[in-house]
Design a protein around this ligand. Structure first.
Ligand code: ZN
Length: 224
């Protein structure tokens, strides 16, 4: 045998004899007819914030793209220098699967967001892929740091939530998203999961806030 991690093999055997066996018909139907998820979730790579677990999702139920800090880059079709993994997944979900809902799911204690706030961030390798990826969040990080009403300890959570808002803004820069949203055939949602309490907070984009003293993170409401 290979030196494949034992804990994963054990987990696989449990899955095969448990969930897979119980849901065999569903898997067979999905294999025959293909997937038809109605929701795209854009989530962080963090091992503690798996959307399938948080939403107790069935196989074939949600289409998931995960990247560091659940970021969506702005629409940039002319940029041939970069490989657009998140944009490609978005394009497939919207244009081919025709999902009706897109959820950007942020989470507490996000390492990627912490890196964006760290003025002494040291690259982990010469390519500094994390640093360059997190540049997407720099303008929002600056806004948080310069805001009078956010105290030091809150920065992290505030930025995690504003990052969700920023990703929604960037999502709407994709014509395929904004056109369908205007036609009310696609709904966008923001959410934030607290890994220490299991709480889920949803963004209410229509919630009234005082823009002078409040940032958009105050538009998140706890799910009862
Ligand atoms: Zn994260």
């Amino acid at each position: 045998m290979t030196d494949f991690p034992d804990n994963l093999l054990e987990g696989y055997r449990d899955f095969r004899g448990g969930r897979f066996a119980r849901e065999r018909e569903r898997y067979e139907r999905l294999a025959k007819k293909g997937q038809k998820p109605t929701t795209l979730v854009i989530a962080c790579c963090d091992s503690r914030a798996a959307p399938e677990t948080i939403f107790n999702a069935l196989p074939g139920e949600i289409f998931v793209v995960r990247n560091v800090a659940n970021l969506v880059p702005p629409y940039s079709p002319q940029d041939n220098e970069t490989h657009h993994a998140t944009s490609a997944a978005l394009e497939f979900a919207v244009q081919s699967l025709k999902v009706t809902d897109i959820i950007v799911l942020g989470h507490g204690r996000c390492g990627g967001v912490a890196a964006a706030l760290d003025p002494n961030h040291e690259p982990l390798s010469p390519g500094d892929f994390i640093g360059r990826w997190m540049d997407l969040l720099k303008p929002v990080a600056k806004a948080v740091e310069s805001h009078n009403h956010v105290c030091g300890g809150e920065n992290h959570t505030v930025l995690e939530r504003l990052s969700v808002c920023n990703s929604l803004t960037n999502l709407r820069s994709f014509p395929c998203v904004s056109v369908l949203e205007q036609k009310q055939r696609l709904r966008l949602h923001g959410a934030w999961f607290d890994i220490s309490t299991g709480e889920l907070w949803l963004l209410d984009e229509d919630a009234e806030i005082d823009e002078k003293t409040q940032l958009a993170h105050e538009r998140f409401k706890l799910v009862e």
